[in-house]
Design a protein around this ligand. Structure first.
Ligand code: EPU
Length: 337
């Protein structure tokens, strides 16, 4: 148990907030001990995985538990499919690479997403046409009230766009211990429709890509426009892409003819990055904080010295200007502490 502990290395924004208490746990027993310490001392709790989707706007006056459970196991289902179970402390991208090395398909479009396995169900991580709900089977959780383990299947997780039960009524009630995915061992379902994947593959003259080649294309695209958190503090997309009504979209489209939108029934999802760029934020820096020069949806700790409050205030200014120009209210995707 550490006291007055700097969380700077434990959040990808690189914000120097302090935890009153901090502990890193490697076993479920250690987790239970930490929980009873917090109960005995009346401390509020915060669970950290890879720290890749959190913004600390102040010091945390309680116990931060860093979940470091490790291990990956495989269980063949039949000749076409394999169940892969990874403990929550496994690094996400390392899991993706491990599976690709074994020629297991399903995670390739999710290559290079920062963070750990245990937080992947919370916001149903997604990229390039895949979300984890597409390959998710179940996760094991510890119920913080009963201290019993429970199993959440696909339905019980109620996945939505960057959303799950763990961000809604289950918030703060469970710790995810492991996650099981169903992956293909052959006849892989290659998804290259989304975004720039096809163009990227064409550049290398690839027509019928393998899952490894799709992964490589995704990695190249991400590296070309998303800042590496090891070099520049960030938490990926700071806002969700807003969904508006078709009527509102049509009205806006008349005024802003270049406005992109992805229709779905009578709603349209609009890329927040475009809205933010149109308001003049792309590459703009105020103090220590900036909107990334290649992807305006990503807010960066430009100097490495930004406080969480500064980043939060910057995001509020973006929300206000998008609201003023387009009448659309952006919602933060990053968890604010
Ligand atoms: N765009 C702009 N200006 C910008 C950024 C984007 O005009 O500064 C336009 C692009 O030209 C494109 C559209 O917006 O037409 C969409 O951009 P992009 O393909 O980069 O994807 P995104 O919608 O901005 C989402 C996810 C990303 C994920 C990518 C690829 C959300 C909130 N973000 O971004 O996820 O990697 O698609 O699938 O849904 C994350 O959640 O942290 C994340 C990085």
């Amino acid at each position: 148990m550490q006291e007055n502990f700097s969380l700077k290395p434990y959040n990808t924004f690189g914000v120097d907030a302090k935890a009153k208490y901090f502990t890193e746990i490697n076993t479920v027993e250690a987790l239970k001990e930490a929980l009873s310490f917090s109960k005995d001392n009346g401390l509020s709790l915060l669970f950290l995985g890879g720290g890749s989707n959190i913004l600390f706007t102040r010091d945390f006056d309680g116990l931060v538990i860093q979940l470091n459970l490790k291990g990956i196991s495989l269980q063949p289902l039949d000749e076409n499919e394999m169940l892969v179970t990874a403990k929550s402390g496994e690094n996400w991208h390392e899991l993706v690479m491990f599976c690709l090395d074994k020629n297991l398909g399903g995670l390739e479009n999710l290559s290079l997403i920062p963070g750990n396995v245990g937080t992947s169900p919370m916001q149903n991580i997604g990229a390039y046409g895949t979300e984890i709900k597409d390959i998710f089977v179940r996760c094991t959780v510890l119920n913080l009230e009963t201290l019993e383990t429970e199993v959440f299947d696909l339905e019980k997780c109620r996945f939505g766009y960057r959303d799950s039960i763990f961000k809604q009524e289950g918030k703060g009630k469970y710790v995810i211990l492991d996650v099981t995915f169903k992956l293909t061992t052959r006849n892989h379902r290659i998804k290259t429709e989304y975004g720039a994947i096809k163009t990227e593959l064409e550049k290398s003259g690839i027509e019928n890509p393998t899952i490894q080649e799709v992964s490589q294309a995704v990695i190249s695209i991400r590296q070309s426009k998303l800042p590496d958190p090891k070099e520049t503090g960030n938490a990926g997309s700071f806002f969700k892409n807003p969904t508006i009504s078709l009527t509102q979209f049509e009205a806006l489209h008349e005024q802003f003819q270049m406005m992109p939108g992805y229709p779905n029934n009578d709603t349209v999802k609009v890329p927040a990055g475009w809205l933010i760029e149109q308001c003049g934020w792309k590459g703009k820096q105020i103090g220590n904080v900036a909107a990334h020069k290649l992807q305006a949806l990503v807010i960066v700790n430009a100097t490495g010295n930004a406080s969480g409050k500064e980043i939060f205030d910057f995001s509020t200014e973006i929300i206000n200007s998008v609201k003023e120009k387009f009448g659309i209210e952006l919602e933060r995707e990053v968890n604010i502490m």
